[in-house]
Design a protein around this ligand. Structure first.
Ligand code: HEM
Length: 136
């Protein structure tokens, strides 16, 4: 079980690296005016999203493996899984935004994306407290 948990945490950390960085690129993209810079940011967004999506899926697969493979249970796990589905929704919405930016159809300001960038921090904090402290 410890190998499964180790890889669960490795994929979780890698997933969050992408979820923290991609909205930061959106902040810069929403402010960009130079065509060369815009083209570079589009490339970075597309490559990062394509790289981090399978990693997010593996984080969830290894989490479910822990849950169903080793008989974990408790309210904390249901609350955690609910937050993880919110996180997956955030991830998929980032994918939608990558397409919006690629088509030059972004309508939101860099200020919006600065706040948008904070959501994974809040989810990470709540998820880690739930799985470590197991408050209920
Ligand atoms: C549906 C998705 C997920 C499921 C079903 C799941 C389930 C689990 C289970 C059963 C454990 C073992 C708990 C224990 O050993 O006490 C675990 C460990 C852990 N999970 Fe997840 N997890 C999921 C996604 C995530 C995500 C997105 C994060 C991101 C923060 C995360 C962070 C952790 C951490 C840090 C541990 C190690 C806790 C410890 O050793 O005390 N998990 N997970």
């Amino acid at each position: 079980m410890l190998w499964v948990k180790a890889f669960h945490i490795i994929f979780v950390v890698s997933w969050f690296a992408g979820l923290f960085y991609l909205p930061r690129i959106f902040v810069n993209h929403a402010m960009a005016t130079e065509p060369a810079e815009i083209a570079r940011l589009k490339l970075m967004e597309r490559k990062l999203y394509r790289f981090v999506t399978p990693i997010g899926a593996l984080a969830i697969i290894f989490g479910l493996w822990l849950w169903f493979g080793y008989g974990f249970s408790g309210g904390w796990l249901h609350a955690k899984t609910t937050l993880v589905f919110l996180l997956a929704g955030y991830h998929l919405y980032c994918g939608h935004l990558v397409k919006q930016f690629a088509a030059d159809k972004n309508t939101r300001s860099h200020v919006f994306y600065r706040w948008f960038n904070e959501a994974p921090v809040l989810l990470l904090t709540a998820i880690v407290i739930l799985v470590t402290v197991k408050p209920f």
